[in-house]
Design a binder for this molecule. Structure first.
Ligand SMILES: Cc1ncc(COP(=O)(O)O)c(C=O)c1O
Length: 204
């Protein structure tokens, strides 16, 4: 790294410290979804994790992971379009399609990657991307980086969305994107009202 970049990093870190925003990593060897005991022996209930359904410690699931690693190894060894699409991926895709009633599914290793892929794949210059103001960072970040013009309507407000839909270039290809359940507040998007204002994207 050049000295200019090192100096920039050092300056940014110093600024974070001065603003009281410098963050430290803490390591936990504890089971996330359970009542956790920290080294100080104080008890905490963990409301900060993403293991909402407690699946990380589910016995059946843990065994399935172990069996899967024995059978397939610890990685797919390639991207899907080369040689990384195993019979297990194929089976999962078919089960998801069966369950959700779609012809095809695309698997991603994280929600973050899936959200970014949808926005980058569909949006082009002069398109309109309308997002709920409180959408997950993966969506907002993709919106800022893609070629389309992004506008953010008021949180969970179909009225605010319609105002955006009615102004500007109404003939531009438009994509409305909302979280289903907002992960920070736990509230649910008014999907049926949003659907009235915009046409739901049909599967290809
Ligand atoms: C609404 C929402 N979208 C996307 C993500 C990102 O998913 P992942 O952690 O699988 O990358 C999260 C993660 O908490 C989320 O809550």
């Amino acid at each position: 790294m050049s000295s200019t970049l090192s100096q920039r990093a050092a300056k940014a870190l110093q600024q974070r410290r001065e603003d009281g925003l410098y963050r430290h990593l803490q390591s936990f060897d504890l089971k996330q979804s359970q009542l956790s005991k920290l080294p100080s022996q104080d008890s905490f209930v963990n409301f900060s994790g993403n293991d909402y359904l407690g699946m990380a410690q589910d016995q059946e699931l843990k065994m399935a992971w172990q069996q899967g690693i024995d059978r397939y190894g610890a990685g797919s060894t390639a991207s899907p379009l080369v040689t990384g699409h195993s019979s297990a991926h194929q089976l999962l895709e078919e089960k998801l399609c069966d369950w959700q009633g779609y012809e095809r599914a695309v698997l991603f290793s994280s929600g973050f990657a899936a959200n970014q892929a949808v926005i980058f794949s569909f949006m082009r210059k002069n398109d309109r991307l309308l997002q709920d103001k409180l959408n997950h960072a993966s969506l907002i970040e993709a919106g800022m980086m893609c070629e389309a013009t992004m506008q953010r309507y008021q949180h969970a407000s179909p009225d605010s969305l319609s105002k955006f839909l009615d102004k500007g270039d109404v003939n531009a290809a438009s994509l409305v994107v909302t979280d289903g359940v907002f992960s920070m507040d736990g509230n649910v998007a008014p999907l049926s009202d949003i659907q009235l204002g915009a046409t739901i994207m049909e599967p290809c």
